[in-house]
Design a protein around this ligand. Structure first.
Ligand code: C2O
Ligand code: CU
Ligand code: CU
Length: 519
């Protein structure tokens, strides 16, 4: 019997309660489920009936500082219905940052929401005080006097809390290569519902090395923030919080503690949109911003010749060389920077971007309509960037982290790392600045593992080579049930306290997080 089968049996034995019910629920096979489906209570639109929106570009104020006001807004997400969201500048997604390597920026967050927030630049090499640590909160005026001390994950040590009244200004040095990053809420215990309500946006870093390449640009470059949501009959966002005020008890109901998957797929905030394209190359910066849903993206129909996608970049930068793929697996938090050449299709073709892990309508993501020919000056060079070949011999230290549902402990069964729930007062590892470590990650379910500050390369999956889409510098890796994934992680930039966590946001909120002290 394979070790995987033994551990699976052990795992199902452990899951006698609610989670097992969801795990064996409808739809895709149990090992491919990455959350529990939440169904909308209003009729959803037909796919491909709304145009693809592209978020506005963030602009700095007169003093050179960007300001994002977190506020409530009512948007028409489902045609004919109003949905209240919590957004950066009242938009969902938030404005896209389009910034340059080596040009530091300041971003002031002003919180007018009914809850505290914390804002994290995902993929950023950021000093710890500006990284959006989960207990560093911006408290809105209406919650003056807010006492966070009730949190079950931090009740014992009050010193972990740092509260800013109404505003906080982040400084992002941006001393890192061109990449597709994103920013989102990171509040302790409530990240999942706060991102779900709209607190997420794209953050693009450019540099001279990338500008020198003939990659598609301008109109031929499109960010695609993909997420899933469910709606109540009145148009509001449906989410199974135990405490919908998000002020007291964290957590979600029943089987949803596996992760929340909505039945509406949104791209840049629009349900199953359509984009008209010319028969030329487009660079698509794909972000999986779903709380829990994994994506296995393909084009339908596939191009008559050539690969569907040419991957040029991963989470935190360009690949060394382009990688031709027909299938793109993107877990929560991961990015795939790809080029699609619509010249492969006759004008008039409608090409659907599908998620082969979805069922029914959630199998569709969006559609491209090839409407005309055009001149294309772009090309994909054979060499994109200098990415060193990872060598485990560089590792000065080995560590192992097991991502599992553990317990029962004092707070019942929880998603934990090495059997420990998140403790903001203690650290699970203390890598030295400037060194490389070899980490082994194991799991009992789908756990997209994300490391703050440290960027890594995947060096092995289950004792074999990584998969084709694992290449390049990453900050998040898709770890499937009973997989053993090895990464070579390098900590550069800053000393201080950072976190590592599962990017299934429900798991993150339910304690699957740990401090990493970079010393
Ligand atoms: Cu995208 Cu710590 O998160
Ligand atoms: Cu991050
Ligand atoms: Cu997880």
């Amino acid at each position: 019997m394979s070790p995987a089968r033994i551990s699976r049996r052990g795992f199902l034995g452990l899951l006698a309660g609610t989670a097992a019910a969801g795990l064996t629920g409808c739809g895709a096979s149990t090992t491919e489920r990455s959350g529990a489906l939440l169904t909308s209570r209003l009729p959803l639109p037909r796919p491909f009936t709304v145009p693809l929106p592209v978020p506005a570009i963030a602009e700095p104020g007169a003093d050179g500082t960007y300001e994002l006001v977190q506020r409530q807004a009512k948007l028409e997400i489902i045609p004919g219905t109003r949905t209240e969201i919590w957004g950066y500048d009242g938009t969902f997604p938030g404005p896209t940052f389009d910034v340059r390597r080596g040009k530091p920026i300041r971003v002031r967050i002003r919180n007018t929401l009914p809850v505290p927030t914390s804002t994290h630049l995902h993929g950023g090499v950021t000093p710890a005080e500006f990284d959006g640590y989960p207990t560093h909160l911006v408290v809105p005026p209406r919650l003056t006097g807010f006492d966070p001390g009730h949190s079950p994950h931090a009740a014992h040590d009050q010193s972990v809390w740092k509260l800013a009244a109404e505003r906080f200004t982040h400084e992002f040095p941006l001393d890192q290569q061109a990449a597709t990053l994103w920013y989102h809420d990171h509040r302790m215990d409530f990240t999942a519902p706060q991102v779900y309500r709209g607190l997420a946006g794209m953050f693009i870093i450019r540099d001279d090395a990338e500008d020198a390449l003939p990659l598609p640009r301008g109109e031929q470059e499109i960010p695609l923030l993909i997420c899933d949501r469910a709606f109540e009959a009145d148009g509001s966002l449906r989410y199974p919080s135990l405490d919908p005020t998000l002020l007291k008890q964290p957590g979600v109901k029943g089987a949803h503690h596996q992760g929340v998957e909505g039945d509406a797929i949104l791209v840049n905030g629009a349900p199953w949109p359509e984009k008209e394209v010319a028969a030329i190359r487009y660079r698509l910066r794909i972000l999986n911003a779903c709380n829990a849903r994994r994506l296995d993206l393909r084009l339908d129909p596939p191009p008559p010749s050539g690969a569907a996608f040419v991957q040029i970049g991963s989470d935190v930068g360009l690949l060394g060389r382009p990688q031709r793929l027909d299938e793109l697996v993107v877990a929560s938090g991961e990015r795939a920077d790809v080029v699609v050449d619509f010249a492969a299709y006759p004008v008039g073709t409608r090409v659907v971007l599908r998620n082969h892990l979805g069922t029914g309508a959630t199998r569709d993501v969006m559609r491209f309509h090839v409407t005309r020919r055009a001149k294309d000056d772009s090309a994909i060079p054979a060499r994109l960037a200098d990415v060193p070949t990872p060598s485990p011999a560089q590792a000065v230290r080995r560590r192992r982290f097991d991502f599992r549902l553990s317990g029962p402990g004092p707070h019942g069964k929880k998603w934990m790392i090495n059997g420990l729930p998140f403790d903001p007062a203690g650290a699970i590892a203390d890598p030295a600045l400037g060194t490389t470590e070899l980490w082994t990650l194991t799991s009992d379910f789908h756990h997209p593992v994300h490391v703050h500050l440290g960027h890594f390369q995947v060096v092995g999956r289950n004792g074999r080579k990584p998969r084709p889409s694992d290449g390049g510098w990453k900050d998040t890796v898709d770890v499937r049930p009973y997989e053993v994934v090895q990464i070579l992680v390098r900590f550069t930039g800053y000393r201080g306290r950072y976190v590592m966590h599962c990017h299934n946001l429900e798991h993150e909120d339910m304690a699957m997080m740990a401090n990493i002290d970079v010393v």
